[in-house]
Design a protein. Sequence first.
Length: 367
Amino acid sequence: MRVKLSENIKKFRKERKMTQEKLAEAMGVSVSAVYKWEANQSTPEIQLILEMADFFNTSTDVLLGYEWRNNNVAFLLDRITMLRKEKEYDKAIIEAEKALKNYPNNFDIVYQSALLYLELGEDVEHRGANNRAVELLDHACELIDQNEEDTVSEISIRKQMAKAYLLLNNTETALDILKKYNVCGVNNAMIGMVFGDYLHDADEAEKYLGKAFSEFADNINFIMVGYANVFFQRKNYDAAIECFLWLRTVLRGIQPQSELTWFDKYDCVILETIAECYCFKGEFEKARNYLKESLVKAVRYDIATPEEVFDMKFFTTLNIEKQPNYDLYGITAMDCLIRRIQPEDSVPQLWKLWLEVKQEVLKDEAV
């Protein structure tokens, strides 16, 4: 194994915005001693390493920066993961505890063992496993500097701790954790569920669930539009159309019946994009129908007042300001379409269809 003590002393010191003088003062040594540690010209005594690990609020393994050159840790992790997938929990726990005994401060060993206990603890007959899960998850947070997975962070680990506490019927602690680590509202949905399902506080539940639902609406839009554009660039127009049609179904599900919302304005853009896809497929009649539907909706949307286009399901308690007239798509729904359909930018056939449909719709709507 290789030790990276000198690099880590410097890293932890800089993370805390400390000078070498300040660290020397805290450790009771000379500035030159700290300089030599960081330059890898000398090594602190064992007692000082222990004190520094405590001072930096980390483990000695993390401070030393062990890099295991053999495959033993990887083998153990694979073994634990395999047994967990096969639901061989008794065997998996034996392997996990052996690994924890040999590598008590290896993040991957600690974290994967925690997930094993958390999964086992979901079973009513094994709820007590969550106590061990909490213990290991807490230790994993102490070792988080070793983590190399983008999808894992202290916030995600704390959320798993909250889940374990809920399974242990410790709702208060779970809620405290979720609120404390609710960075950018990442725990809003779970907090809302706790208030509604565990504490039966409908008002608090709705407050958090409304925010979570708003975030969900944004995210599902980004995801499906992103996928649609991926398929569009690959000229898989059928898949792109399917993405947009599915998105329309989802968005219609949060609209009050027989009422206009901001999503109708956005729907104009979706319909126009579907029309464009059909143009690329050479199915111009279908393209014309979607383009006409888009234009009809744009005209009717622009006639409505702001109050008529705001209300949406599940947003009753958010106190969100009314949607501004201007957004990324344009001041009016018609602006959205005009921006997207320009003779120099659009498919030639789409521009021709636009001119035909525009004249027909504006005549029918008497605008």
